[in-house]
Design a protein around this ligand. Sequence first.
Ligand code: NAD
Ligand code: DAU
Length: 342
Amino acid sequence: MRYLVTGGAGFIGSNFIRHIFNKYGSDAQVVNLDKLTYAGIRENLAEYEGKKNYRFLHGDIAKQEDVAEAYKGVDGTGVDVVVNFAAETHVDRSLMEAGTFIETDVHGVLVLLEEARKHAPKLRRFVQISTDEVYGSIETGSFVEGDPLNPRNPYSASKAGGDRMAYAYAQTYDLPVIVTRASNNFGPFQYPEKLIPLFVTNAIDNQPLPLYGDGKNIRDWLFVDDHCAAIDFLIGKGENSETYNIGGGNERENREITFKILEILGKPESLIKRVADRVGHDRRYSLDSEKLAALGFRCDTNFDQALERTVRWYADNEPWWRAIKERSAEYKAYYDKQYGAK
Ligand code: NAD
Ligand code: DAU
């Protein structure tokens, strides 16, 4: 299979490309189109550089000429499957500046879809990676795919725009689109601005763990390997024009996650610093993943073991995250001002 993966230098995209090469070896060809924003780290896939079935293309999904080049594939023969991970992804950054979110998460999707139309007869799948955040917050119960969308922050609103644009192109132009909405991922190579890698790396350095509000917001944690396996499964078994929830089945309060991280690292709870709440902070995300299960896929990773493995990965890969943290000074200044410790 010939894949065009966008955003493959980021967290989930790089894990997905590794998953594909581990599973299909030289039967897979992958073009990785990535803008290398602050979150894009080409070295995440250093082991594939120079291989004849992998091509890294530095470019922007919102630029037609970059996208046209990417659709040529590794060797100029084209691609069978597009998986669009490329996005601005951090909620707190969308509160600082939302314009780039619209540019990439909405307009970028449109550019990819327009190019897909030109390749339509040969294209087998276009997977738009959306998120559970498009449904908004839910106090009890879980969202199913047909529920109305109610995004409540600039990031999730931009993702909802891309999500519905992909669906609209499936309906209007008969493109082989599927949309996936996953819950909070965790695992190796996650940028250390997100809860788990931020708290793990701060704790290693005996720095405060800034827990927003009362720490009781709930997220449903999905190990990144399970997410990658689910996407691969849906490329084969999903139905065009359909949307699929991918939940981890591991709902936890943020404070539980925080305690676990400290326990694994053997660090004191005094590192926890209660700070101001995120504005418009969604209380709880919860997905019903029965539609995916009915096709035959269930996430099978044990949460506690996966969290421990993840914490160990950061402990064992200090040069990776230290370099990132050192070059994130501008965002850190904004973050520290926004979430000054109480
Ligand atoms: P990430 O921030 O780690 O990586 C994003 C990647 O996209 C980076 O490599 C970046 O350079 C690239 N990129 C950004 N703008 C681009 C553009 N205009 N053109 C090309 N490349 C561009 O993100 P992630 O956490 O790996 O998320 C990947 C996808 O999964 C996103 O679409 C996100 O909305 C979705 N998602 C993430 C989660 C999660 O918990 N992380 C959960 C559900 C869905
Ligand atoms: O639900 C899927 C979404 O999960 C993805 O679509 C997003 O791309 C991804 O960033 C993530 O969004 P969240 O806002 O849920 O993730 P984040 O890691 O930023 O925060 C998780 C929870 O932890 C949230 O309730 C806010 C809280 N938090 C976060 C940070 C960074 C803190 O309490 N302190 C922090 O410093």
